[in-house]
Design a protein around this ligand. Structure first.
Ligand SMILES: Cc1cc2nc3c(=O)[nH]c(=O)nc-3n(C[C@H](O)[C@H](O)[C@H](O)COP(=O)(O)OP(=O)(O)OC[C@H]3O[C@@H](n4cnc5c(N)ncnc54)[C@H](O)[C@@H]3O)c2cc1C
Length: 446
């Protein structure tokens, strides 16, 4: 019997629609799923209708904003995808020092909107990541050490729950839900339709940092990581960087770092002095926050096929350990065009919030470290995934927990890995706000 889509509103895409093939894609093209129906919502009413339709018809729901989930948990086979990416309203309230956005707004859109008015924003690095998906998982970006995680600037959100009710969550209203939505990832409690963030102070100029070592052997990579871990110990919180030790089919082996400094190029140069190993190319350019974000974002491709992870690091490593880490990418998997170990600086403002103050538990980690492999031809997918799985075993051994925004489907105790000691409270909140488990996906809070 064919499915009736009566009751759905917004733009309804079914397998018979011309747009279905495009609409079912995630940013990670290695994910190929076939939903029963995809609904592009334009209003809160469309979201409510979609939830009610799914519940009445016994169809599982997946929630999608920017579609960047590493494992594709914003889609699935035989599900209804409730897609909020067309809900794009943005409203600045300078009197209230806040900005309101609907949950379909992407990083690039919030940067353009606020940047044109000289406001920075603690968003992510990729232009098309959804601000709501990013913030729900904590949200690391190049302003994190200076402004905190994305979720640290969140002051309120609105959500459609499993009954189609619109709930508001903020410090004084559904505070437990608000707590959970700051770091426990998307998809667990309901469908966020809007978020309100406090505004940071305006800034005229920042310094965009790029750092590169070409043809770096693993010994230089290990030395780099050693400098990195020492450098982070008492780093000026105006500085946030990440770096990748890469092995690329096009460019060979090297190290590439990027960052943002809320200060002058001259000051940044001084702070970055420890990285002056032989052969480093350092670029420091003063520009507006918006220009810096545009340059960072322009480096991203439209899509990729990849497998990737992100772990928290809470201790310093010996040179022996650093050599092993650097050697993880000595050889790429067959068919891989790019493999990398990447590090993302934490600390600063991220560390000023307690582990239990929001659902984002790993506040006192020094940095995030992940490994990834990118391939182009589908026939190499399983080889690459297995390569990553093997390398991950070592990283897991020497790290602490996993970052929910860099999720990995092979984690045995995923709730503990993502949420640490916040897991029990999160389970209670999930039971309270979604008692019928309407919002579920492979790594949902149970
Ligand atoms: C190329 C790339 C670059 C990235 N860079 C960064 C980075 O710099 N920093 C960082 O922290 N992360 C980064 N990420 C990870 C990214 O922040 C997370 O994958 C985030 O969850 C993506 O949000 P999305 O809305 O784009 O994705 P989606 O796939 O749409 O959603 C991700 C998850 O959130 C849920 N969700 C989405 N919208 C809602 C909503 N409105 N209500 C409830 N649940 C919702 C989904 O169900 C899913 O579980 C990157 C990812 C990619 C692919």
């Amino acid at each position: 019997m064919s499915q009736s889509f009566e009751g759905l509103s917004g733009k309804v895409i079914t397998p018979c629609s011309n747009e279905y093939e495009q609409a079912r894609q995630e940013w990670n093209r290695a994910i190929q799923k076939f939903p029963i129906v995809i609904v592009y919502c334009y209003s809160v009413e469309d979201v409510r209708n979609a939830v009610c339709w799914a519940v009445c018809n016994g169809i599982k729901i997946r929630i999608r904003s920017g579609g960047h989930h590493y494992q594709g948990y914003s889609t699935g086979n035989d599900v209804l995808v409730i897609d909020v990416s067309q809900m794009k309203q943005l409203k600045l309230d300078e009197a209230d020092n806040s900005v309101f956005l609907q949950s379909g707004v992407e990083n690039r859109e919030i940067y353009d909107y606020l940047g044109a008015r000289e406001y920075p924003f603690p968003g992510g690095t990729c232009p098309t990541v959804g601000v709501s998906g990013y913030t729900l998982g904590g949200g690391w970006g190049y302003s994190s050490r200076y402004l905190g995680l994305g979720c640290d600037s969140l002051i309120a959100l609105e959500m459609i729950d499993y009954q189609g009710n619109l709930l508001k969550a903020e410090n004084n209203h559904n505070p437990d839900l608000f707590w959970a939505c700051r770091g426990a990832g998307g998809g667990n409690f309901g469908i966020v339709t809007s978020m309100t963030f406090k505004l940071p102070a305006k800034i005229a100029q920042v310094t965009l940092i790029e750092l590169e070592y070409l043809d770096a052997p693993s010994s230089v990579m290990a030395r780099f990581l050693n400098i990195w871990q020492e450098w982070l110990t008492d780093l000026d919180q105006r500085m946030t960087m990440n770096a990748s030790l890469y092995n690329s089919a096009d460019d060979g082996k090297g190290i590439y770092g990027k960052g943002l400094f809320y200060g002058s190029a001259a000051e940044a140069a001084e702070i970055l002095q420890p990285f002056e190993l032989n052969g480093v190319a350092l670029s420091l350019k003063e520009m507006s926050f918006l220009e810096a974000m545009q340059q960072i974002q322009d480096a991203y491709p439209d899509s990729e096929k990849f497998q990737s992870t992100g772990r928290f690091v809470n201790r310093k490593y010996s040179m022996k350990e650093l050599n092993i880490i650097a050697e993880l990418i000595d050889e790429r998997a067959k068919g891989s065009v790019y493999a990398a170990v990447s590090v993302y600086a934490l600390g600063g403002k991220v560390n000023e919030v307690g582990r239990q103050c929001t659902a984002f538990y790993y506040r006192d980690a020094a940095y995030i470290m992940g490994i990834q492999s990118v391939w182009e031809e589908d026939r190499y997918a399983s080889i690459n995934r297995f390569w990553l799985y093997k390398k991950f075993q070592y990283l897991k051994e020497v790290t602490w927990g996993s970052y929910i925004n860099f999720p990995y489907n092979c984690l045995a105790n995923y709730e503990e890995e993502y949420y640490g000691e916040n897991m029990c409270r999160l389970r209670q909140i999930a039971r309270q706000y979604d008692p019928l488990n309407i919002f579920s996906f492979p790594q949902a809070i149970r």
